[in-house]
Every structure is written in C-alpha cells, then in structure tokens.
Write a protein that binds this ligand. Structure first.
Ligand code: HEC
Length: 313
C-alpha cells in the first residue's frame, strides 16, 4: 500500500508539523502566491512602533484581537495562502509604506484591494490602488475608508475579511476582538524598530497568554482556533531559518500546541493547562541553539537581501 512507504509517511508527517499557511508578511508564502517582486527588505526587517492606550495591561479581547490581526488564517484566498494578515499592510497598526505588489500597486504603500488576486467576487474591473492608511487613532474616526462610506470599525473589518479578502464569516468574538485591538491603537513619535528573532519571540510569548482564557473556560473551539493562530506565528520564525537545529526547536513548540488543542478536544483540561505552562517556560527561556542561530538566519538583513536577490528557487 502506498501509504506504508516510509519516505511518503515522513513527508506527510513533516507536512503536518506546521499549518499550511503559516507566515504576517511571509517570505515563502509570498514567493509562491504573489507576483515576483512582492517582497522588499525594509518591510521585512523593521516595524513601526506600537502604542496602545493602557500600555501592556490589556484585556483578553485586545490581546486576542492583536493575535488575530497578525494571523493569515483570518483572511481567505490568496492573501491567506501568501501569509498576509492585517499586519502585513498595517504593521503594528500603522501603515506599511513599503508595501508593493507588481500590477496591484502603482507606488510603494498603495495597493488595489478590489482585485481578483484577493477575491474574484470583489474585482471591480478597474486598476485603483489606494493608500494604505495608518490605523493609529482609527477608533475615533466618524467615517472610514477613502469613500467615507462606512461608519463602524466592526462593519469595516467584516467587509475587509469577507468581501475584500475572501475570508470566512468571522464569529462575533473574533470581530469584537479585532475591533477592541484597533480601538486602542494610538499615535506615537517612537521610531521604527528592527525586526529580530527576539522581537518575534517577545510577541510570541505575549500571544501565548491568549490561550490561557479558553483553557481556563474549557472552550474547545476557541482553544483550537487560538492554538492554530499561535502555530502560524511560529511559522513566521521558522521560515527565517535554514539550519535544522533551530527549525527543530520551533517545530517542537508547534507540536506542543497541536497536542494542547488535542488535549482540549479530549477534555483533558488540566493536562492542557500544564502543557501550556511548560511551553510558556520553554519559550521565555529559549534554548541557545535557537538564539545562536539568529545571525546566520534570514533575520539578518544582509542574508535576507541575498536570499531575495536569488533569481529562481
Ligand atoms: C493588502 C493590504 C491590506 C490588508 C491585508 C488589510 N488592509 Fe486595511 N486597508 C488597506 C487599504 C489599501 C485601505 C484603504 C481602503 C479605503 O480607503 O477604502 C485600508 C483601510 C483600512 C481601514 C480604514 C481606515 C480609515 O482610516 O479609514 C481599516 C479600519 C482597516 N483597513 C483594517 C484592516 C483590518 C482589520 C485588516 C485585517 C482583517 C486589514 N485592514 C487588512 C490595505 C489592507
């Protein structure tokens, strides 16, 4: 039987390790699903600062919204396959001034959001790239969008997900959370920050906290959803490494999250909560093999530039 073939089995197992559409601004997803020239160094090596009203003490809604904002699986179609999330165009709630997709952009920071690349149904037959706006202070705006047609963040956000990017209908909690996150985004004068393995690890550790609530409430569906989003965040780190040791560490964390979701499904709540605690400890004290691999990885701008310059892969 062909499934018994060990090589095939190994390939299958590997394919199960990480969710298919892992990577906010994904390197490998974009290569596969966006036209050549859709990635550039500045957007992949730095991020605007994030200033949230209330600082680091945020509600579950804001934290879940923050994670969902960074999760491609909230969107659908090619955006999701390419690893794009809200964060790709609105990094840390600001505007990506470097965003450029050949044919969909006429200049950096602009993109056509009514294009068949995103959704065949939303195609309006016109080339009409729009400036990607910053979302800092968006909660205080009386009207939204270039045509100022919509009045609520909730309506606008649903429209972005379902109509523009062909995503599934978001449930009420997901919408509440995305709105709650956008409502606390505030202006800041702080300069852009270098994107490093450490900043990604800090974000991942912060996002792990989101899983505590559904595990405490013993909510199977939400535990699974959050675990999938977290595995996507691991994917963003994973794709920047080529050497096996750091990749294996990240794959093990991803497997831990899958096991937690399975324990939740089986009703083994104390075991799931204990596993999350262990993962939290491991991720906040990452093995040296991971940290030491950062300089040789695609977190390093010079290496990333060389990788982007390779003509064919
Ligand atoms: C491919 C890039 C892209 C992605 C992905 C994206 N947006 Fe946008 N966003 C835009 C552009 C372009 C506009 C301007 C549209 C307009 O003016 O009608 C915009 C406008 C907005 C606005 C209106 C802001 C204002 O001041 O009027 C909100 C709110 C918003 N986006 C939220 C989101 C959320 C939430 C997500 C994820 C669910 C998301 N966006 C994903 C490009 C993007």
């Amino acid at each position: 039987m062909q499934w018994a073939d060990p090589a095939r089995l190994a390939a299958l197992l590997l394919a199960c390790l990480l969710p298919a559409a892992a990577p906010a601004q994904s390197l490998r997803g974009a290569l596969e699903w966006l036209p050549p020239g859709s990635l550039n160094l500045p957007e992949l090596t730095s991020r605007p600062a994030e200033n949230l009203a209330g600082g680091r003490q945020q509600s579950f809604y804001v934290e879940y919204g923050r994670l969902a904002f960074r999760s491609p699986d909230v969107l659908g179609g090619n955006a999701r396959k390419a690893g794009l999330s809200c964060q790709a165009c609105h990094p840390n709630g600001d505007a990506n001034r470097h965003f450029f997709i050949p044919r969909l952009s006429d200049r950096p920071g602009h993109v056509d959001v009514s294009h068949s690349l995103w959704s065949a149904r939303a195609e309006d037959g016109r080339a009409n790239p729009l400036l990607i706006p910053s979302l800092r202070g968006v909660g205080a705006k009386p009207r939204l969008g270039h045509d100022r047609r919509m009045t609520t963040l909730r309506e606008f956000t649903r429209n972005v997900i379902v109509l523009e990017f062909d995503g599934n209908e978001p449930d009420a909690l997901l919408l509440d959370a995305l709105v709650a996150y956008q409502q606390v985004l505030r202006p800041t004068q702080a300069p852009d920050k270098r994107l490093t393995l450490q900043t990604d690890l800090d974000d991942f550790n912060r996002a792990l906290g989101v899983l505590r609530l559904p595990l405490a409430e013993e909510n199977v569906a939400l535990s699974g959803r959050v675990a999938t989003m977290l595995r996507g965040q691991i994917g963003f780190m994973h794709e920047r490494f080529e050497a096996p040791p750091p990749r294996q560490i990240l794959e093990a964390w991803s497997q831990d999250l899958r096991a937690i979701a399975e324990q939740a499904e089986a009703g083994h709540w104390p075991a799931a909560r204990a596993a999350l605690n262990r993962l939290g400890q491991a991720a906040s004290n990452p093995p040296r093999a991971l940290l030491d691999a950062a300089p040789g990885s695609l977190y390093e701008p010079a290496r990333l530039q060389a990788w982007l310059n390779k003509p064919v892969r």
